[in-house]
Design a protein around this ligand. Structure first.
Ligand code: COA
Length: 329
């Protein structure tokens, strides 16, 4: 068997829509307030896409920045993989729209559906293609326009989510010399499929006037159950991933930006402070598949990903699904 090709992250990029939605906006029509939202989630504001903006638009901006930073052009891409639960259309995949608009004429393209673990699922898949010698340059994106799927009558879910996109270009580590992916894991437990759910519009509940009136195509969230799962999954994965390394080798943890209290509770279990943790939930809310790559790109831009140190990406969400990636930056 041919030896595995080591894979690196050659460049990252991100994009969030211009429209800033502060917590106060929800006070106009929901029984909630800024203080509750800040205390219970850490979120101060999020971004919502404009009416004429869709997920492929967000992807395009993030992808162009990632490719610029990686120093490659679109025709060099072999594969475009988008992690999203909010594609532009039910059919075709969001990834083919991105492939076409980028001019990535030599690339295959497909979406992966893993909600908040979507970017890490795309990353895991892209890494495997390159490691096996089946592709050399893969663009992976996590992107969501969740604002279109929020039930603005439900204070327990409407205040949490935001829109955005983050991207990374993967290539053989020997060619980019940075961000070597040492390990990736994906996991799932479909018995929890109803915890975070959009029940309408699929085969079980096709779109009808009644299903739309009942808001079955909007996101439904069992917050408390998700909270417990998120804390235990984040702490378990991080613990497992850093177990074999000296404490000072760890540079940064980039967790899914789900809820500030979830991140803090997981850090308590790990007996860690937040010094080595990337947190930007206050500005963007929970952007699902976009959350990890948007935070990663911000960390790269702020030079918090230190060459030679370890970076742990960790995500968890609807499905239930989870994933982690260990990188030697
Ligand atoms: N404003 C004011 N009160 C609110 C509220 C809001 N926006 N949302 C919920 N409440 C109320 C509830 O109705 C409840 O009232 P009650 O005690 O009278 O019944 C009370 O606050 C506590 O609700 P609870 O659901 O226990 O709050 P919580 O501390 O668990 O916070 C979430 C709720 C949703 C913020 C939190 O559970 C969470 O972030 N979960 C993870 C969500 C997520 O992002 N999952 C997706 C991917 S992993």
């Amino acid at each position: 068997m041919a030896s595995r090709i080591r894979v690196g992250i050659a460049g990252t990029g991100s994009y969030v829509p211009e429209r800033v939605v502060p917590n106060k906006w929800f006070e106009e029509f929901l029984d909630t307030d800024d203080e509750w939202i800040v205390q219970r989630t850490g979120i101060r504001e999020r971004r919502f896409a404009a009416d004429d903006e869709s997920t492929s638009d967000l992807c395009l901006h993030a992808a162009e920045e990632a490719m610029r930073n990686a120093g490659i052009t679109a025709d060099e891409l072999d594969m475009v993989i988008v992690g999203t639960i909010t594609p532009d259309y039910q059919l075709p995949a969001c990834a083919v729209l991105v492939q076409d608009r980028l001019g990535a004429k030599n690339a295959g393209a497909f979406d992966v559906v893993a909600a908040c673990s979507g970017f890490l699922t795309a990353l895991h898949t892209g890494e495997a293609f390159i490691a096996a010698g089946r592709a050399r340059r893969v663009l992976v994106i996590g992107a969501e326009t969740l604002s279109r799927f929020l039930n603005f009558e439900d204070r327990g879910s409407a205040i949490i989510f935001g829109d955005g996109a983050g991207a990374a270009v993967l290539m053989p580590h020997g060619e980019c010399g940075q961000g070597e992916i040492l390990r990736t894991t994906l996991g799932a437990d479909g018995s929890g499929y109803e915890f975070i759910h959009m029940p309408g519009g699929g085969v079980t509940n096709p779109a009808t006037v009644e299903s739309v009136e009942a808001k079955m195509h909007k996101i439904q969230l069992k917050g408390r159950e998700t909270f417990r799962f998120a804390v235990s999954t984040m702490s378990r994965l991080v613990k497992e991933y850093i177990a074999d390394y000296d404490e000072d080798e760890l540079g940064l943890i980039v967790p899914h930006q789900v809820n500030r209290r979830i991140i803090d509770a997981a850090l308590d279990r790990l007996e860690m402070t937040d010094e080595k943790v990337m947190v930007n939930i206050q500005s963007f809310g929970n952007t699902s598949a976009a959350s990890v790559p948007v935070a990663l790109h911000q960390a790269v831009t702020e030079e918090r990903c230190v060459p030679g140190k370890l970076v742990v990406l960790v995500a968890f969400g609807a499905g239930l699904t989870w994933g982690a990636t260990l990188i030697r930056w």
